[in-house]
Ligand binder design. Structure first.
Ligand code: CTP
Length: 220
């Protein structure tokens, strides 16, 4: 039987962020938002109040979920912090790590004779790490890690560095799971050597398995 989340508030981030360069160009990534939307849907079905902060994706809003649409990493940061406090924060969004230092109000033009363009990028604020470092921290903070190699090693590093309770790692760039897919496989890592492989399975089924772990940790 699946654990109830009645009376709990979950904040879930999902999808990519788009960092605008000029009025027609942006830096984005291939996140579809499916994993975060599946988590929000299942959490709401299990009785949680869910705030879903969604980057630019084409996904229907799950039943019973309060959705806040954003575009950039800075907007996602603001929307997540506006949604706090919560019992659990699940950062499933693929937030841009860097954003253009300046937005060009007019479309950038080619310069005759110049074969290169240097775009200066600055680091975005780390939403996950900042939520985890807050004085009134959610009881549970869950991060995601998309890695192409040394999945467990890099993900365990993220667990420590960002001060989160669980990291869900998925290997991207191989096979039929991960970004853009309906299926996924996660390796969930926690403190004291906690390690649990979930899937491969449909993202909705994986969301249920992950929320079992969440409910165990924030349950009554
Ligand atoms: N994340 C965030 N804010 C950012 C960047 C990432 O909240 N500005 C969160 C994502 O939502 C996800 C996790 O951090 O939960 C993913 O981290 P990732 O960007 O892969 O980690 P990095 O520390 O940037 O590691 P690396 O440079 O090794 O990819």
């Amino acid at each position: 039987m699946s654990a109830s989340l009645a009376g709990r508030h979950l904040v879930v981030s999902a999808g990519p962020t788009f960092e605008d360069i000029d009025p027609v160009r942006f830096i984005g990534n291939r996140s579809s938002g499916k994993m975060g939307f599946a988590i929000a849907a299942v959490a709401a079905a299990r009785g949680a109040r869910v705030t879903l902060v969604a980057g630019p994706v084409h996904q229907p809003t799950p039943a019973g979920v309060q959705r806040v649409d954003v575009r950039s990493a800075a907007q996602m940061h603001a929307a997540v912090f506006a949604a706090l406090p919560c019992d659990a924060y699940i950062g499933a969004a693929a937030v841009a790590d860097f954003t253009p230092r300046a937005f060009a109000a007019g479309k950038l033009k080619k310069t005759p004779g110049q074969d290169t363009l240097v775009l200066e990028l600055v680091k975005t604020r780390d939403i996950l790490a900042e939520v985890a470092a807050r004085a009134q921290r959610p009881r549970l903070v869950v991060g995601f890690a998309a890695e192409t190699d040394n999945v467990a090693g890099y993900a365990r590093g993220k667990l420590e560095r960002k001060g989160v309770d669980l990291v869900c790692a998925n290997q991207v760039g191989v096979g039929a799971t991960g970004f853009e897919s309906d299926d996924n496989a996660l390796l969930v890592l926690g403190h004291d050597g906690f390690e649990r492989a979930l899937g491969p399975a449909a993202k909705s089924a994986l969301a249920g398995l992950l929320l079992d772990l969440v409910a165990e940790r924030i349950g009554r």
